[in-house]
Design a protein around this ligand. Structure first.
Ligand SMILES: Cc1cc2nc3c(=O)[nH]c(=O)nc-3n(C[C@H](O)[C@H](O)[C@H](O)COP(=O)(O)OP(=O)(O)OC[C@H]3O[C@@H](n4cnc5c(N)ncnc54)[C@H](O)[C@@H]3O)c2cc1C
Length: 412
């Protein structure tokens, strides 16, 4: 019997190998996670490992030297990586938001100079990621604006040979560590209700960039999420993302899965790691005064059963959403499912980790255990796009039959 699946060119064995390799990486990362968390420093060694294992090309087709993962395989791989270190998973996902969105495109039929520009850009990104091991960061959110793309204040204008960008991005994960920043900016010429937003790729060494290091936060402390100032920052024409101007809002309204659902694997990974920790801890913990393991207690078993049901349901929803994205990207079903999953996974994290601390007891707030870090990291899920409230807004609107492929109908 053939093990070729219908949704990608990868065999089931190849997909399993990617997930198994991710699991190995995640285990290695788990040994370093406490140190990076305590210092609030970027997990440089983890990214060396990701590069060495070819993981910067996870989404890039095999024909271009990548691994050719589909969205479901990616979600599972990211879950494994984030079980070890969620800051690494989150920042690694930022890279894949840029690269993965390109890998889904069918560019072969687009002819003319536009088609050539798109193909050249895509091939350049693939080459940078696969052969030069370069990391791409996502620089969209702004002070007072968040990730509302239609309200962005960062501007760009055309000049001889390229573009000049001016603005401030105050949530750039991997700032100072990524090789490129994919910057979302509004055209100065844009005067429509739906502003012309484009992505422009800025090199780390660009003299028009300046980083302010202020990241000292509750959770996701190893993400180096800092402020990047763009001051008369020049980029050449060929660094306009996909050679396309002004289409970003339309694209993310039609296909929000990377910007929303990329995080699902990250926050699912935290939930899974917290659950596993809780089981191992309770199994070892003795009932005070003798009388066996706490795990034998019926009240504990009942509570663990509840948490198991919540985690298994969130995982099933997240995998199903990722499968829909792999099979029907941009369909209303896939888009709604990805918001549903983002909501469930993001809201489960703080509850599950809090309940796990409650069941395991006071010792587990000690930093010798990872549970208190899971608790802090998990709190960040619902703050990232789409925030939990935006997910509810999206699902509610979808239920009333709104056409959410129109930018004017979305929260962006
Ligand atoms: C760990 C971490 C790493 C990050 N890394 C990056 C990065 O690399 N690049 C990047 O660009 N950004 C990044 N971000 C920023 C992130 O993408 C968001 O922009 C940021 O968290 C928004 O914060 P805010 O509270 O200002 O958002 P807001 O959009 O102001 O949301 C605040 C709250 O307002 C309410 N709200 C807002 N809009 C709606 C709506 N339409 N419907 C219902 N309720 C609504 C919700 O309750 C929401 O939670 C990161 C964030 C975190 C936490």
């Amino acid at each position: 019997m053939s093990d070729i699946t219908i949704d990608t060119q990868l065999t089931i064995t190849e997909k399993e190998n990617i997930i198994a390799e991710s699991s190995k990486l995640g285990k290695r990362f788990s040994e370093r996670a406490a140190k990076y968390d305590r210092e609030g420093t970027f997990p440089v060694e983890n990214f060396e490992d990701l590069k060495e294992s070819g993981f910067l090309g996870i989404m890039i087709p095999k024909a271009f030297g990548g691994m050719g993962a589909d969205f479901l395989t990616y979600t599972k791989a990211l879950e494994q990586i984030s079980m070890g270190d969620a800051s690494t998973g989150l920042t690694y996902n930022m890279h894949n938001i840029a690269v993965g969105s390109l890998a889904e495109l069918q560019l072969d039929d687009i002819g003319g100079s536009r088609g050539r520009a798109m193909v050249n850009f895509r091939n350049w990104v693939y080459d940078q990621a696969v052969n030069h091991k370069k990391l791409f960061a996502s620089a969209s959110s702004e002070p007072g604006v968040g990730a509302h793309f239609s309200k962005l204040k960062t501007m760009y204008r055309r000049v001889d040979g390229g573009f000049l960008i001016n603005g401030v991005k105050n949530w750039v994960s991997m700032a100072g560590h990524a090789d490129y920043y994919v910057v979302a900016a509004r055209s100065e010429q844009s005067n429509n209700d739906i502003p012309a937003i484009s992505f422009l790729v800025v090199e780390k060494e660009n003299p028009g960039t300046r980083i302010e290091y202020t990241w000292d936060v509750l959770g996701m402390r190893g993400t180096s999420t800092n402020t990047v100032y763009l001051e008369d920052c020049f980029i050449p024409t060929e660094r306009l993302f996909l050679g396309s101007e002004g289409m970003a809002l339309y694209k993310i309204a039609r296909e929000p899965h990377w910007l929303v659902g990329g995080y699902n694997g990250v926050y699912l990974g935290i939930c899974t790691a917290a659950f596993q920790f809780m089981i191992n801890y309770l199994r070892e913990k003795k009932i005070p005064g003798g009388g066996g393991s706490v795990a034998d207690n019926e009240r504990i078993q009942h509570k663990v059963g509840e948490l198991y049901a919540a985690l298994a349901s969130a995982r099933a929803i997240a995998y199903n959403a990722a499968r829909l994205v792999a099979e029907q990207p941009g369909s209303p079903e896939a888009n709604t499912a990805i918001h549903h999953a983002k909501y469930l996974v993001s809201e489960l994290g703080p509850t599950l980790t809090s309940e796990a601390i409650r069941l395991c007891g006071g010792s587990t707030i000690h930093k010798q255990f990872p549970l208190e870090r899971y608790y802090r990291d998990a709190r960040c899920g619902g703050l990232m796009p789409a925030t939990s409230d935006q997910c509810l807004f999206y699902m509610g609107k979808a239920a009333f039959g709104a056409d959410l492929s129109k930018p004017s109908e979305t929260y962006w």
